[in-house]
Design a protein around this ligand. Structure first.
Ligand code: NAP
Ligand code: GDD
Length: 324
């Protein structure tokens, strides 16, 4: 028989970086965790293999609303965390329509499914600092206007506003977390932090000679994914839904990232980093720095890992993985 006292949550994007950390957190909080996975021809659960036997993994896709309705009907979660997206900014220029279908319209499909099946479900939308784009003020907070600079950023603006709109139109408990960049040893290899930490470890091990990068001047507010999933959960424990910026409040350039990562393995970054125009973007987000005062105050949230601790953690994990 179903245990009505055990809270149940559905995570879309459970195979991704954040999905894996959020699943660990929810399990530790005593939840039954249901993870939505899209069908693929190969198994794609590397990030959650250590907790796989404690999860219920179900098939579905943000492109297919019926699959979402069926999953909600079959599992009746109390909370839904929408982390699924085409999340790589660079790829959004080569696949702008797919990015819009998944990252923008996918949010509407899921919100509609919730409205149809159980409008009391609490909903979290993974919004992004990429929405600030060509920033209108520094630092960015919940009141800063959006100026997205990529098809991904535009899609996230849609996802953010449809979440606000369904909250206001239908009274859904729908919150949007405007999260600044967050990284970890589980970060995809295409994102710049992991690309650099993995390269530093591989060059140190003699397996690679150089790493090719794009814009070294871009500045990001980089935090640790394990810290940021706590803010997602805290948003859904509030009586009232709302929107929150989640950030460290510090910014660093890609150049500084290279310095710190290569120094961690005793190398000088200038000897190994090659600037390659192939990695420049058609439009760039030059500077992101978040003001998370509202999250500190109303969610009692703070980050435990700073930029230097994060990059050192990632380099150490890559060194360890290569030694294995
Ligand atoms: P990620 O590692 O790229 O994970 C994305 C997840 O979405 C994967 O599980 C992927 O499944 C899934 N997915 C993609 N298309 C789907 C579809 N059509 N239907 C169902 N699932 C689909 O991203 P992340 O770093 O964990 O980020 C989580 C969310 O937060 C994303 O929405 C991202 O845009 C947003 N966000 C991230 C950051 C950040 O710095 N990490 C900052 C702000 C916002 P596969 O494994 O099958 O590809
Ligand atoms: N990926 C990548 N590869 N980025 C590079 C490279 C490179 O070789 N060289 C320089 N960069 C610069 C990019 O131009 C960008 O300014 C910065 O490094 C960060 O790029 P990414 O790590 O790809 O992340 P992002 O900021 O574009 O997007 C991430 O953060 C967003 C939140 O602001 C993603 O996780 C998004 O899903 C997320 O919403």
């Amino acid at each position: 028989m179903e245990d009505v006292l055990t809270p149940k949550a559905l995570i879309t994007g459970i195979t991704g970086q954040d999905g894996s950390y959020l699943a660990e957190l929810l399990l530790a909080e005593g939840y039954d965790v249901v993870g939505l996975m899209r069908r693929s021809s190969t198994v794609n659960i590397e990030r959650i293999s250590h907790i796989q036997d404690r999860l219920t993994l179900v098939s579905g896709d943000l492109m297919d609303e019926v699959s979402l309705i069926n999953v909600l009907r079959d599992h009746r979660p109390r909370e839904v965390y929408n982390l699924a997206a085409q999340s790589f900014v660079q790829a959004s220029w080569s696949q702008p329509v797919l990015t819009g279908e998944t990252t923008a319209l996918g949010v509407t499909r899921l919100l509609d499914a919730i409205r149809i099946v159980d409008p009391t479900i609490r909903f979290y939308q993974a919004s992004s600092s990429e929405m600030f784009g060509r920033v209108r003020s520094v630092p960015q907070n919940e009141l800063t206007s959006f100026y997205p600079r990529s098809p991904y950023g535009v899609a996230k603006v849609y996802g953010h506003w449809i979440t606000v709109n369904y909250r206001e139109s239908y009274g859904l408990h729908a919150s949007s977390g405007i999260l600044f960049n967050h990284e970890s040893p589980r970060r995809g290899l295409e994102f710049v932090t992991r690309k650099v930490t993995h390269a530093a470890a591989a060059i140190k091990a003699g397996r690679q000679r150089e790493v090719r990068l794009g814009n070294l001047d871009a500045q990001r507010d980089w935090g640790y994914a394990g810290d940021y999933v706590r803010a997602m959960w805290a948003m859904l424990q509030r009586d009232t839904p709302d929107d929150f910026v989640v950030a460290t409040g510090e910014t660093h350039s890609v150049r500084e990232l290279c310095e710190v990562a290569f120094a961690a393995v005793g190398l000088a970054w200038e000897n190994h980093v090659v600037v390659d125009p192939a990695f420049l973007r058609p439009a760039e987000v030059d500077l992101l720095i978040g003001d998370a005062t509202k999250a500190h105050r109303e969610l009692d949230w703070k980050c435990d890992v700073d930029f230097y601790g994060l990059i050192e953690m990632m380099v150490a994990a890559d060194v360890h993985a290569l030694q294995r």
